[in-house]
Design a protein around this ligand. Structure first.
Ligand SMILES: Cc1ncc(COP(=O)(O)O)c(C=O)c1O
Length: 417
């Protein structure tokens, strides 16, 4: 019977999220997609144009990925069978790891079930050091951008460091990072500086080149140096002329790069790339890799096909189309009087509405007109920065963008009228 009391606690929490209008569990249920180059989602039999997907190149319906997926499932079966060290791994996974490492010009790569799982493991493992025959917490300081993704925040929590060992710098403010470093010179053996590549709420990007220089500047002041980790899950495959993400945009290189195949690459699963010694160490210590299945062979086959596609003339053309779509969208929206919450060159385009009621009303009005966009409110963004997050894709064409902007203008008038 006392279980009923526990359920009361759960019920109270569900009531709280419902009343605060921040419930996420009533997801829209997509029954399928139309065909065509920009497939529409079918919801309760009605067609919706998707302007809120991370599939930035439109690859999830690409024939190359489906062929890769089918060939892999046929050869290796539907599931991995066991975690990799138990009954052997597939050459397909190794090929995917070598290909993604080469794509990012790194020595080695490692596939995780998701980028979230990669961050949980990477941050905890790189905070540790050796003591006799086991790993223990090392004398590590983590310095993290204050708006980093939840998977990084949780990675830092899982690492189990003390309060003094977990510091943040102001969002994208590298003077603030330098200040934190200066205040801690010589106090710790090792420093991990961690940032998102693209920040997914506003589409802003970290200047990896600048971060690299700062890390180099203070590196010698710490016995084991400063280590730069970037999670560019939204950037890889989506920005830079060659799809290398923020590193390409800012001419820099992190010591360890985390990415996902689940966004621009149109498949699923996460990865980390870096020096071979790092990856060897992570394979020995990363709990979400050792004790959890990898992605399925089909998913790995699709991811491999996506990497090859992005790294080809066809991929570069898709990236060019994507940039053209982004520029066209921004120009037309500004002409309609819309204001952007940030000047983003990424497919994530945040339309500033500044208060929650009209943000929701505009999202609902666009939904009635057959468009999927996302409303983002406090506490995900600061109060007064409520936005409609629109995500552009290379699968859209000029007409799709123009039609969206027209509908958005009319919907906005209706909301205000
Ligand atoms: C910076 C960042 N890291 C990780 C993730 C999660 O990626 P995955 O779905 O592969 O776990 C996201 C997705 O929202 C992200 O924005």
């Amino acid at each position: 019977m006392s279980k009923q009391n526990f359920y009361k606690v759960l019920k109270a929490e569900l009531k709280r999220v419902d009343e605060a209008k921040v419930a996420k569990r009533n997801e829209k249920i997509i029954e399928g997609f139309t065909g065509g180059s920009f497939p529409k989602a079918l919801i309760k039999g009605k067609k919706y144009s998707i302007f809120n997907s991370n599939d930035y190149l439109g690859l999830r319906f690409a024939k190359e990925l489906r062929q890769g997926e089918e060939a892999a499932s046929k050869k290796y079966g539907s599931g991995p069978g066991a975690v990799r060290f138990i009954s052997g791994t597939f050459d397909l996974y190794r090929q995917l790891e070598k290909t993604v490492a080469k794509f990012h010009q790194r020595e080695e790569g490692m596939v995780f079930s998701s980028a979230f799982a990669a961050n949980l493991a990477v941050i905890a493992c790189l905070s540790k050091g050796q003591s006799k025959d086991s790993l223990v917490l090392a004398d590590t300081l983590i310095i993290s951008d204050e708006l980093n993704h939840r998977s990084i925040i949780d990675g830092v929590r899982v690492a189990g460091l003390s309060k003094e060992q977990k510091l943040i710098y102001k969002h994208l403010d590298y003077d603030s990072l330098e200040q934190v470093l200066r205040e801690n010179l010589g106090k710790f053996k090792r420093v991990l500086v961690i940032t998102d590549g693209i920040f997914s709420m506003l589409g802003e990007y970290a200047d990896i080149g600048k971060l690299e220089k700062i890390c180099d500047k203070y590196d010698r002041q710490f016995e084991e140096g400063i280590f730069l980790i970037a999670d560019d899950s939204h950037g890889v495959g989506a920005c830079g002329r060659n799809g290398r993400g923020c590193e390409e945009l800012s001419s820099g290189k992190s010591d360890l790069l985390v990415g996902t195949f689940g966004k621009a690459f149109g498949s699923d699963g996460g990865y980390a790339v870096g020096d071979k010694i790092l990856i060897d160490y992570l394979r020995e210590s990363a709990a979400t890799y050792i004790y959890s299945n990898s992605v399925s062979p089909g998913v790995a086959g699709a991811a491999l096909a996506a990497l090859k596609l992005v790294d080809s003339a066809k991929g570069r053309k898709l990236l060019r189309n994507l940039r053209k779509n982004i520029n066209h969208f921004k120009k037309l929206m500004k002409e309609k009087g819309f204001v952007f919450a940030a000047e983003s060159i990424h497919p994530i385009q945040p339309i500033l509405i500044a208060e929650p009621v009209r943000t929701k009303a505009l999202t609902d009005e666009l939904y009635k007109r057959g468009y999927l966009v996302t409303n983002i409110n406090y506490p995900v963004v600061p109060k007064g920065k409520d936005e409609i997050r629109v995500q552009i894709s290379a699968a859209q064409n000029r007409k799709d963008i123009e039609k969206f902007v027209k509908e958005a203008g009319e919907a906005w008038q209706r909301v205000n009228g």
